[in-house]
Design a protein around this ligand. Sequence first.
Ligand code: G6P
Length: 608
Amino acid sequence: MCGIVGIVGASPVAEQIVESLRRLEYRGYDSAGVATLENGRLTRVRAEGKLKNLAAKLQEHPLKGAVGIGHTRWATHGRPTENNAHPHATDRVAVVHNGIIENFRELREELTARGHVFKTETDTEVVAHLVTDEMQKGHSARDAVAAALPRLRGAFALAFIFNGEPDLLIGARQGAPLAVGWGEGEMYLGSDALALAPFTNTITYLDDGDWVVLTPKGAQFFDASGLPARRAKVQTQASAFLVDKGNHRHFMAKEIHEQPEVVGRTLAHYLDMSSGAVRLPFELPFDPKTLTRITISACGTAYYAGLIAKYWFERYARLPVEIDVASEFRYRDAPMVDGGLMIVVSQSGETADTLAALRYAKEQGQHILSVVNVQTSTIARESDVVAATLAGPEIGVASTKAFTCQLAVLACLAVGFGSARGALDATREAELVADLISMPGLMAEAFKREPQIEALARDLAKAKDVLYLGRGTNYPLALEGALKLKEISYIHAEGYAAGELKHGPIALIDEAMPVIVLAPFDAVFEKTVSNMQEVAARGGKIVLIGDARAKHESAVPFFATIAMPDMAPDFAAIPYAVPVQMLAYHTAVVMGKDVDQPRNLAKSVTVE
Ligand code: G6P
């Protein structure tokens, strides 16, 4: 995950920037760079590999400017070369970026047609040219950024400095974190409070969609619509802790909000963003073409990730999938075809039942692929291949970001297997990869519904029972939604396949029963409408989580609708997980529950 640092002050900043970048090394990176203004002109030093390479180059060519930006790059678009390293610059502006600019191809074509010349393989370079283009129209640096930001799609954080503007540093945040640090005659930008800890403990976190103009004297904040905004200063103790809550009340809230960034990072590990193809970061010890079946086993939320993946492996790789919770699978004496593939999914990599299922499958001659977040865990060590989720440490007991990262990895595997088996042609693979690349941006969009979800949570908090319904991949997500609500609010909740409603749960429905329906406008939507009619006819309170067409086409009386952006249906379960998680979170907060450490639950279950 890329790291961003920016400083605007009165004395040379390059050394401080490198010091701060060192504190972001934990995020993982493969090249680094710094830009400052020397005698008012933009100057850059960049290096492949670790920070010591950058530091050595800076010793040879010290940078003197008192305003600067620095970056550790974790390659997504384009190889980790010096040329692709940030900052990227034109003769007007230099920029560093964390995240993905989804529409970079369109923008690059548009700007190339207007005479801009691109020198790198990165998505970031379009940002530098877009801002330059606005400046060439006569806009000030600040107005150019304001005009450029709404044209960028995706989840990102950005920091800019400008030729001839020694007192100006601009930052922007949309779906990837960015914080402002307050100093004496010096102001800072950083990916997190840790990066800023050597300079200050007084921090302002940008809200999603915010941008900020920094001078040595202070900061002016603007919201997504460009209006001035007030953002609070907070005191952090980041220097002492590697993991802190940022400006969130709970780890769970922080982890929900980190998802665009960590899902983007995870996708970048498995996809070639430039060519639009799956590129697995490991050799497989088997040929996907020879597989006849996949078995998936896991517990809890990880099991639901596996259940969603079953749909993807079947649809894209044309492979039958058998899936079971690990505590059942391990004792079933399940017959397995020799040379088959077992996929185990686990955040911690230590869950006792999942480990036992893995060992059983190994004895049965299966190849073992594990999708794990802790790469040093027992499950990882005992697997033939480890497909890492790059969610970072998950502290909240209720899994959120590990879940969506598991989905991201499993989706990449399903598409990769599909193309290896000839079940997907290159065009379809590229379409699916483009859909996956849009996931972080769509998740960031979903955050805009948070105030509405918070209000809805006040109603949900009064319920005794809640039903979640969905079809296709939204059926396992309904199960996950019910689990999340149960885990942290202790409200009884059940998830059902919408088509099963008539076979039992409909008996529960009355005026007191909220029914949460996860239904984008997809191929099975009309069937779900019939199920919603059945609920409405019995007075149930329907909460629709769906897109604008789903709302418009259904003619059902809704108690509330949570509008999701339009998206291709294939991987909709990934962004739809966000409102589902936020609803459980806010309900538990309204009820005053211990969100991060719910009663009776453990983060890592190492007993049967
Ligand atoms: C516990 C946690 C859940 C998690 C499950 C499986 O129940 O509270 O959040 O989904 O274990 O854990 P794993 O580490 O294997 O994903």
